[in-house]
Ligand binder design. Structure first.
Ligand SMILES: [Zn+2]
Length: 487
């Protein structure tokens, strides 16, 4: 009998180990599946694409269709929610605005020609009719074409580097009896999605190198090269590609392979080290990184950086300590956005505030970087106060952080609230409950919500449980804008 029990235990351990390999956090396996094939035409920067999406109805409702975001529509000329606001237009399109987009060519549902339409606030949602009972799944086959604009953006091509972010039809989140069809706001990261399994096959002329997350397999067939990327248990998928890329990589002691791709960077080794230091520091502070790879890309990009699961873009317009800081911030998002999801459209302070404050924690734990973290917090405070005072004079001053992305009036308004004020909230909390309880709260938040989406109350509860102190009104005061920092 003992042997049998041992066998059962061993089998359980092996199954658990296999599941851990399959998903980031190993907590859930009934995931949506995306199998996407992209064939790039480098002559005119277009792509022919096929996507097989398996969608599982995890709600309690019978669905009469499935909604998919078509984010590249934000890059078309007629867009109501254009990819970029006027203040950032020249940073995104230094040679003048170039338009692009996505065209849906055909859709089938479970092998049959589907009844589909384009809807949403900005013709940015693909609606495919199908009847789905709770627990049922459907398989959609979507053929689509991409027109990639010359742009320094998530979806764009510039200076020989292609960024393919938010490029494919991705299922909207169904919650509270409805589909989340939020449009492409220019402030922040207007994306909200569930964890899924991805296989992406990218075909381009031989010589093009693909940078993306997950397992990478490359097959050269004469003039064309096909790269297959497998990323399991992730919230989204993005890649960059270029025939000018060099790549270097290093594997950490805990077995995470960190890759760095760049089209020219004399400090490449140092930048790879920043990324591995960040993975090591955050793993030790918050809990082990939930994936096996991390890809950092130096890319043309109008803002400082952009996070995707297992993959981050860092703008080639940044230098020195700003480039370093952007790497650390985007790597922190692997914990706060990628592993622990949150509603980035209505609660952007959660992941941005935490990612920004994680940079301060990084520098505290890595004194050899020589960054004065007290000055860092003081600078955030000064920036926020100056902005708040100026802003209040002009507008009467909405200093809340629970605004929808579309309700921030400018990039400045968004940035000073979600990054600066968000990080100041966490610094203030840490001083109030003490460092040990603060870190304990973050560790349990990560452990409990890895692979899930957390509401603000979940974050608050994690710190309340760690500290034994009621913190709801503390958070409410900060988030609702009642805390006056400059008085
Ligand atoms: Zn961020």
């Amino acid at each position: 009998m003992k042997k049998t029990i041992t066998t059962v235990i061993m089998a359980a351990i092996l199954i658990t180990a296999a599941v851990m390999l399959l998903t980031g956090c190993g907590k859930e396996r009934d995931l949506n599946i995306y199998d996407i094939k992209v064939t790039l035409n480098t002559q005119d920067m277009t792509a022919e694409c096929e996507e097989t999406a398996t969608y599982i109805n995890k709600s309690d409702s019978e669905l009469d269709g499935v909604y998919f975001h078509l984010y590249p529509t934000a890059f078309r000329k007629e867009a109501r929610y254009f990819s970029t606001d006027n203040a950032n237009l020249s940073a995104a399109y230094p040679k003048g605005v170039d338009y692009g987009g996505i065209e849906i060519e055909s859709v089938t549902a479970n092998g049959e020609e589907a009844d589909w339409s384009i809807g949403g606030e900005d013709d940015d949602i693909l609606i495919v009719k199908t009847s789905l009972l709770p627990g049922e799944s459907a398989e959609f086959f979507i053929k689509f074409a991409l027109d990639i604009p010359e742009a320094r953006h998530r979806f764009g091509y510039s200076d020989g580097v292609l960024n393919l972010g938010n490029f494919y039809p991705i299922a909207a989140v169904y919650e509270n009896g409805g589909w989340r069809t939020d449009p492409y706001y220019t402030n922040g990261d207007p994306f909200y999605s569930d964890i899924a399994d991805y296989t992406v096959t990218f075909t381009a002329p031989t010589g093009w190198i693909v940078a993306g997350g997950g397992k990478i397999e490359t097959t050269v067939d004469g003039d064309t090269t096909t790269t297959k990327l497998t990323a399991l248990g992730v919230r989204d998928f993005a890649l960059s590609a270029s025939d000018k890329f060099d790549g270097i990589e290093e594997t950490t002691e805990s077995g995470v392979t960190v890759r760095y791709y760049f089209a020219g960077d004399p400090d490449a080794e140092a930048h790879l080290k920043v990324a591995t230091d960040a993975i090591n520091t955050f793993s030790s502070l918050f809990g082990a990184y939930d994936q096996k790879t991390l890809t950092v890309v130096r890319a043309p990009f109008l803002y400082g950086g952009m996070e995707y699961p297992q993959m981050v873009l860092i703008s080639d317009s940044l230098n020195g300590s700003l480039f370093e800081e952007a790497i650390i911030h985007e790597v922190a998002h692997q914990w706060w956005y990628s592993a622990v999801g949150s509603d980035q459209i209505n609660n952007a302070w959660m992941d941005e505030g935490l990612a920004e404050y994680s940079v301060t924690l990084f520098y505290e734990n890595n004194p050899d970087y020589g960054v004065d973290t007290e000055k860092r917090i003081a600078d955030a405070m000064q920036g926020y106060v100056l902005f708040t005072e100026m802003y209040s004079e002009i507008t009467g001053g909405d200093t809340s952080m629970n605004r929808n992305l579309g309700e921030y009036i400018s990039t400045m308004d968004y940035t000073y609230h979600t990054y600066c004020k968000g990080s100041l909230l966490f610094d203030s909390l840490r001083h109030a409950i003490g460092n040990d309880k603060f870190i304990e709260g973050l560790r349990s938040y990560y452990a409990d919500y890895c692979g899930k989406t957390a509401e603000p109350d979940a974050l608050i509860a994690a710190f309340e449980n760690a500290s034994g102190i009621r913190l709801k009104s503390f958070f409410d005061n900060w988030v609702e804008g009642k805390v006056g920092l400059y008085k």
